[in-house]
Design a protein. Structure first.
Lengths: 131, 131
DNA sequence: CTATAGCCGACTTATTAAGTAGGAAATAGG
DNA sequence: CCTATTTCCTACTTAATAAGTCGGCTATAG
């Protein structure tokens, strides 16, 4: 279960947006609240905006906010944006007797995906997600 | 679900040993069967042997074999050897509202570990493992 | 005594992750 | 208009890890 710093930052940033009252939240505030390197965060927020997950407003009183209600954004949404899922990570086609191993990865991947697509940021901020 | 090449090679190598008839299997044979770079494989097998998972014999007619029956060696056994689990990957202590995220990683890690400690190489070679 | 095969540490290279730099372009308020 | 704020954007540098290589030594069966 490897999660890159970038991904964790992205999730934490979105959580901040989900927890904030309506209206734009400046990157600076998120960076401070979550101890994320400012410039790096810019970079990540930019990516999330381009993907249409969040909206933004420049200038004073500007900032970022969620494009959809927190209850309609899942952890998987964020993760797939920042990690990108272009190629189906070469886990298929093991030689000979090792072939069944591929099936195991498949099972793991599936469970992981299921869980991540079921948990929304509304649940995160209210600490309510099913076990 | 990131799995390093090293780890995959290790699992495939052990699978080969589990599937082979009793007696030493030379590294060369494993390398060929699984398309693993020979020198790299040496390296990995050495590590598995030092950990006591496999035994070895030098010289002609030498090779490697499992230290225990395939039914008593789990995928997790191999993985923990080649990846090492020294530090409990910093997933605790998220600031403020992001705290619940840690719980999610915990759930994922737990499920993953459970699955990997339940599947043995006997099951892999016979393609029988519970879903 | 020779061919086979494992043993071993150190070393090189490739890839990815993490974080930085330097500015340009909006926009709210005075 | 002018200024402070804040996002936007590309590219770059550096650090860490993974992947794989090298050279040579040691054991042992026949």
């Amino acid at each position: 279960m490897r999660i890159s710093a970038r991904t964790q930052y992205a999730l934490r940033a979105v959580t901040e947006l989900a927890a904030a009252p309506p209206g734009p939240v400046p990157a600076e505030k998120i960076a401070t609240a979550q101890s994320i390197p400012r410039r790096f965060l810019d970079n990540i927020l930019l990516q999330l905006r381009r993907a249409g997950l969040i909206h933004s407003q420049r200038g004073p009183e500007g900032g970022y906010w969620l494009a959809r209600p927190a209850g309609e954004i899942t952890l998987a949404d964020v993760i797939t944006i920042v990690e990108g899922h272009p190629e189906q990570a070469e886990h298929g086609g093991y030689p000979g007797v090792a072939q069944p191993l591929a099936e195991v990865w498949s099972m793991l991947r599936e469970h992981e995906e299921t869980l991540l697509t079921e948990i929304t940021f509304a649940q995160i901020v209210s600490s309510r997600f099913s076990a």
